[in-house]
Design a binder for this molecule. Structure first.
Ligand code: G6P
Length: 442
């Protein structure tokens, strides 16, 4: 028995640089989260070969596991990825109705790419293998596999929020998605709310949720704690800087609440002038989905706001916001996590948010300020939660974090670290696989 993992984005890709393939580690929760699990469990990882030189690596042996890449044409990529996945499903499942750009032709491409994934999975799997499919890009795959006569156990894990059923019902293909996902033996979400919303969407779509209820689970994805904990500690950044460091890192996305966050720093400076020149907010934004309309607009808006705020309050000695728009190496990222006094993570809606877990794993004294609309806030109860829509609330909570006594910080951190250590990525994989025991699909 082996595991056939399937995600849209793979762990890494190969891009062409002067005719030579250059490896690119992929960012994003799912690719990052599953890498360690595959390294320990082994199996096959079926994913999209999105790199410009991935066609040379359609099958890649990684030692413990192999990568099987599905190649897409430009037209397929546009309809499947840019349009249906990221301009329909992504905004819908994050409650951004005004960002949905619906075109029925993109669904046709989504369907045919899901078929390609299903065929590849059917090709590489053997009787007894467990097929584990991930996320909104591949929602039609379970149903397609069943139509092909595949009888293997199927797990489907949904990594983003599942919205309330009346909102879900905006989607023209609401019945098709539900019908397909429901043919899995186990369906997992990151929080109880998402699981409940899914069950009520099934009831609305089919008249009853009785047949799926017992197969739906809420199990939060954990991180490979050891990778963060083994970091060579270097606190020279904080020492040299001499000011409190507030830190955030996100993919460029409207769901991340980036503009609100920058504006809350402005509000913080105005409301609490005694903090001027006493802190620096290091805001790292990682390029993502740059072909999709709407993503460049938020970048412009964010950069305009940061420029305005730094222009108003900055001086030769102090810039309130140090902004970076680029990918960081793992070493740089860990260095920021370790040196930050506060991680300020304020998405307007987020399935879970692994950055929060990574920060808690790395820091030795930092405090986490997290949006109450990020799934992870259900679990990290000793963090400081904020309403990301309120610049006032963010500013007040930031003050609370910066003023917190060391004793209180350490007390809170200890509880959160214990949670992260206990609920790591291996725990998650074991728990999800364990749901197959006794699961009965009608
Ligand atoms: C979110 C989704 C993932 C996706 C990631 C990166 O975390 O849940 O499925 O892989 O974003 O998005 P991208 O579009 O770059 O693959």
């Amino acid at each position: 028995m082996s595991i056939i993992m399937s995600t849209s984005r793979g762990p890494h890709s190969y891009d062409r640089l002067r005719d030579v393939p250059v490896k690119r580690e992929n960012v994003g929760g799912v690719a990052t989260g599953l890498r360690g699990i595959m390294e320990s469990m082994g199996g096959k990882w079926v994913c999209w070969g999105d790199g410009t030189m991935d066609s040379r690596f359609q099958h890649e042996d990684m030692g413990k596991y192999s990568i099987e890449r599905v190649m897409l044409s430009q037209r397929e990529k546009k309809g499947y990825y840019d349009e249906y996945s990221n301009s329909v499903l992504w905004p819908l499942f994050h409650y951004f109705r005004e960002k949905i750009e619906y075109d029925s032709r993109s669904y046709e491409q989504y369907e045919s790419v899901n078929k390609k994934f299903a065929s590849e999975i059917a090709k590489v799997s053997q009787a007894g293998d467990i097929i584990w499919i991930h996320d909104y890009q591949l929602s039609l795959v379970p149903g397609m596999l069943r139509e092909m006569g595949i009888q293997n156990k199927i797990i489907f894990t949904w990594h983003i929020p599942w919205v309330a059923s009346e909102f879900y019902f905006l989607l023209p293909e609401r019945d098709q998605l539900i019908k397909s996902i429901s043919q899995s033996d186990s369906i997992t979400f990151h929080t109880m709310d998402y699981a409940r919303n899914f069950i009520s969407s099934v009831a609305r779509s089919t008249g009853s949720s009785d047949s799926v209820k017992s197969r739906v689970h809420s199990i939060p994805l954990g991180i490979d704690y050891r990778r963060f904990n083994q970091y060579r500690r270097d606190h020279s950044l904080r020492k040299k800087h001499g000011k409190s460091i507030i830190f955030s890192i996100d993919r460029l996305d409207y769901s991340k609440g980036l503009v609100n966050r920058a504006q809350s720093i402005e509000y913080f400076i105005r409301k609490y002038p005694e903090y001027r020149e006493k802190f620096t907010f290091i805001m790292v934004v990682t390029p993502s989905r740059s072909n999709i309309s709407g993503y460049e607009d938020i970048k412009d808006n964010l950069e305009m706001n940061i420029g305005r705020i730094n222009g108003l309050y900055g001086s030769i000695n102090w810039m309130p916001i140090v902004y970076m728009y680029r990918r960081l190496s793992q070493g740089q990222l860990l260095n920021y996590y370790y040196n930050a006094d506060v991680a300020l993570i304020t998405p307007l809606k987020d399935g879970l948010n692994l950055v929060a877990e990574e920060f808690v794993a790395t820091t030795e004294r930092g405090i986490l300020v997290i949006s109450e609309f990020a799934g992870v806030s259900d679990y990290l109860s000793e963090s400081i939660t904020v309403n990301p829509n309120s610049t006032m609330d963010i500013a007040d909570k930031l003050k609370l974090a910066l003023d917190m006594s060391d004793e209180e910080r350490m007390k809170r951190l200890k509880v959160m670290k214990e949670f992260i250590i206990k609920h790591d990525d291996r725990w998650w994989a074991k728990k999800v696989l364990g749901t197959l025991k006794g699961s009965k699909r009608p």
